[in-house]
Design a protein around this ligand. Structure first.
Ligand code: PGA
Length: 261
């Protein structure tokens, strides 16, 4: 796992967007795995800027989102369909038929989940998967004790997640309690993972993910087993890392890193 400690949220967003732009410049028909939440907003802004000002082309790109609330229709303003449309898709040239977000309104959830898994495979697998992390250490909606081999399925949200996400709804009582989510096993099959985190409330989850045991109590800890996982965090989210100085030192020793005076 490569831990990159950034000076600001802006730097996290730009560094993650650059990873995606570099991929698209070498593989214009890449398959992107996308995430919702507050954390990737800056990265989406930067990708939109790159599209508008630098000509970053999404015309051959395919996308798969991690998750969706069960029961929210795509036009609900808290659905992840709506979030993705407003914050990314409507600003770039990704063909609508190439966009995949799990359906929160599918009648047969089991069949839908199986179709979603197969569709990812049929599109050649995910090249790069963007991830946030919950304050309880979840990736996507894989709450503590989710199997690290899990596939796309329905999950019941943890109370912590409902409380964390209540800020987007009028009250905690309005937050759906079920979601369709890619599994940890699904996520781990992506060829590259980019996990973004900022703010103090993520510090414990980040420390558990990077330095804790690999275990279902922090599903993000599965990233320790991925051969190409990058973690972009700010100083606040890095606050509980024991090896923080080492991760910083590694960055200064990377080829192309600025030489210190
Ligand atoms: P956030 O959510 O980006 O809104 O903090 C992250 C997550 O729960 O995965």
């Amino acid at each position: 796992m490569e831990v990159v400690i950034c000076r600001s949220y802006d730097e996290i967003s730009k560094a993650a967007a650059k990873e995606i732009a570099d991929l698209l410049n070498t593989k214009p028909d890449a398959v992107l795995g996308l995430a919702t939440g507050s954390t990737p907003l800056g990265m989406y802004k930067e990708l939109v800027r790159m599209h508008k000002h630098d000509g970053l082309d999404f015309s051959q790109v395919t996308t798969f989102n991690l998750d969706e609330y069960v029961g929210l229709s795509p036009d609900h303003d808290q659905s992840y369909h709506y979030f993705m449309h407003e914050n990314l898709f409507k600003h770039i040239n990704v063909p609508p038929q190439n966009i995949h977000v799990p359906s929160g309104t599918a009648k047969n959830h089991k069949a839908f989940c199986a179709w979603y898994e197969q569709r990812i495979k049929d599109c050649g697998g995910i090249d790069v998967q963007v991830l946030g992390i919950g304050s309880d250490g979840h990736i996507a909606f894989n709450e503590p004790t989710s199997s690290l081999g899990s596939r796309t399925r329905i999950k019941t949200l943890a109370k912590q997640t409902i409380e964390d996400n209540a800020r987007f709804f009028k009250s905690a009582g309005e937050v759906p309690i079920y979601a369709i989510t890619m599994g940890v096993g699904t996520i781990m099959e992506a060829r590259k993972l980019l996990l973004l985190a900022n703010k103090k409330n993520k510090a414990k989850a980040v420390a558990d993910m990077v330095e804790g045991p690999v275990c279902t109590m922090c599903t993000a800890s599965a990233l320790q087993l991925h051969p190409d996982a990058m973690v972009f965090i700010d100083e606040d989210a890095a606050g509980e890392l024991k090896m923080k100085d080492y991760y910083k030192w590694i960055q200064t020793k990377k080829p192309g890193a600025p030489k210190s005076a």
